[in-house]
Design a binder for this molecule. Sequence first.
Ligand code: XIL
Length: 321
Amino acid sequence: DDSLYKAMKKAGRSFIGTALTIRNETREGEIIKQEFNSFTPENSMKWESTEPSRNNFTFEDADRYAAYAKKNNLQIHCHNLVWHSQLPEWVSNGGFDNKTLISIMENHIKTLVTRYKSVCTRWDVVNEALNDNGTYRSSVWYDTIGEAFLPIAFRLANKYDNKAKLFYNDYNLEYNDNKTVAAKNIVKLIKSYGVKINGVGYQAHLASEVTPTAPGPAPDQKTLEAALHATADEGVDVVYTEIDVRMNTPATAEKLAVQAATYERIAASCLAVKRCIGMTVWGISDKYSWIPGVFTGEGAALIWDENYNKKPAYNGFLEGI
Ligand code: XIL
């Protein structure tokens, strides 16, 4: 019987994961048990969920995910520590000076990383610091601290948990263009401070056809491999962290076949690169995918349909492993 993570382990890699929102859907628990050995909490560890006001930490929700991992013997890709989005106003509009903002960052990182020490297999330390053209994104972090916010965040994460694997994570790194080069430069920057970075997460929010919001259909396999190599060749692991392959809805049999081929080459590109240790899909069923809510008119992006039936994309993904 098929199992994504067992196939991945047979191939000598570490994990296949899913984004997880714990909800009342028995099929999800069954599918996780059969197919996955890792998950990423979809929202529960983000700043707005864990420190909604200054130094007031709320862990009821995040703790359920830590317990879920322990109970089911799953890896957790913890997500995330420093990001411009889902960041409460008290941070983004607080008007803090450099020194104060760094102390706020330290308090947040220290509290989360310490609480989930020996629970988090990996941490996304910094999420989405780049614009699509490869320049730094304007954010409270960059605008106040400058690019040093990256090495500072990684240094602090390592200070409070020196075992978790520390990742830089971003989207549209799969095209092997200026943004990919910028991610490689982030790896070099962090290392130039004498600070540890273990990996780069390629979100892989991709599409199987041209859509209003996708730069184009997902890159061909050679491009995907070259994009992974761009950072892996700097001596770090690489992971596809948030895979989904959206299309203009409604789906047709023909479109689902193209999507299956896309999933297959994403998986195959990971397997072709030694340092690609795992892949996470951004949810189980199309029923709960974030895509239709954010990209109007697009969807059907995951590998199980709204009724938890395997789509052609499931087989494509498995084939690629
Ligand atoms: C998304 C979640 O899936 C949604 O539930 C939430 O409303 C918004 O965030 N990049 C990331 C993820 O790093 O955290 C985002 O997750 C998707 C884009």
